[in-house]
Design a binder for this molecule. Sequence first.
Ligand code: UD1
Length: 432
Amino acid sequence: MAKLVISGPNKLEGEVLISGAKNSALAIIVAAAMAPEESVLINVPRNLDVFFMTKILEELGVKVWFDGDGLHVDGSTLSSHQVPYNLARRMRASFYVAGLLLARLGVAEVPLPGGCALGSRPVDYHIKGFQNLGAQISIEHGYMKAQAASLSGCKNYINRSSVGTTVNLMLAASTAEGTTILENPAKEPEVVDLAICLNSMGARIRGAGTDVIRIDGVKRLRGTEHTIIPDRIEAGTYALAAAITQGRVLLRNVVTDHLRAPLLKLEEAGAIISEGPNELEIAVPQRMQAVDLETAAYPGFPTDLQQPFMAMLTLAEGTSVIRETIFDRFRFVDELRRMGADLKVERDTAIVRGVSGLTGAPVEATDLRAGAALVLAGMAAEGTTEVGGVEMIDRGYERLEEKLRALGAKISREGDEKDPEELARELDYLCP
Ligand code: UD1
């Protein structure tokens, strides 16, 4: 398997173009298949998760193809309601097709995602929501089997502002009869992006990004052209790469408003941040300072940036306390310890005592954001770091090493050089 080899320490300088948001794209590619017509999606990142989602849709009969800047999705040929286990098990977001299939075909057979490297990952909130919309659900042999002659608008309270549940119910309810109310929905920018896309297809969704979403069901949706928002997690990762290497990086194609919590924490830790229209510069002239943080649903501090932030704090001056409230995302701390980090974990809390230096080591990316965190640590460490499990990183970062190299990082990919399709055939994972 491939690995990323980093020769540190590096100091990142220059500018980087941020790709389209993975989590937005995953939901919107499925949304595009809600119309029995062709849609074109612009700014779709070319990463493994997106690739898997396109494969799942193809299995269902949907036509999906890249052409220049656009990903074309033609839902007119959607014919199958059965999602194959070998594809769905690789990615939790595959469960989004349940909303699509219920809305379009009135029947869905979708494998339950099960657990993953981030711990137990139930879909009980999704299932409850589908039942509220009138679907009959049974769990058989690891599959959710759902059926509904028609879906009817309803009131739902979404526990823990779940992103996936909000997405799935927005899909299913957009063509249900009557009005659906989602109370306590996720307010993530990706949910707002999905609502904008669905509305451009003829849906009537109001309140995305607020505490209540109201969906007035329409008879059918039509094709659209939609541009995916910039990836705030990728942007945050490059901001943290600048911070951990005490560099200066200009991020282009960013929505700074989507990054408020991480940027405030970066400033608190000593970064100098300047904002321009759709761009952001992070300069770190001296050693970062320890800060405490707690992950929360948007607009709180994103769990997806917790691990890269932790990597940065291992080198900050003082002791930081990190509380992870969403997922079990501390499993990778042993890898950081192997590089010399001083970390202690008790249940959902990590105590990070800043050290004066990290040393390069062979480490393993156990999940997507852990992989990014280890690459960051490797760029700041003295000597050679080899990050194994690169396919985890490829799930959510488009051309990571190429972008980092353009910023001055000494990073290369070694081992099997595979294109995403080849990699996809070999991979076996499941994560958010
Ligand atoms: C999405 C993102 C992921 C991000 C996460 C939180 C995508 C593809 N993935 O994941 O990158 O880290 O939001 O911002 O967009 N839960 C249940 N039952 C359910 C659903 C969720 O108990 O039916 C729990 C989860 O275990 C978790 C919390 O609710 O503790 C929030 O999860 P959720 O927002 O649903 O995350 P995902 O949509 O899976």
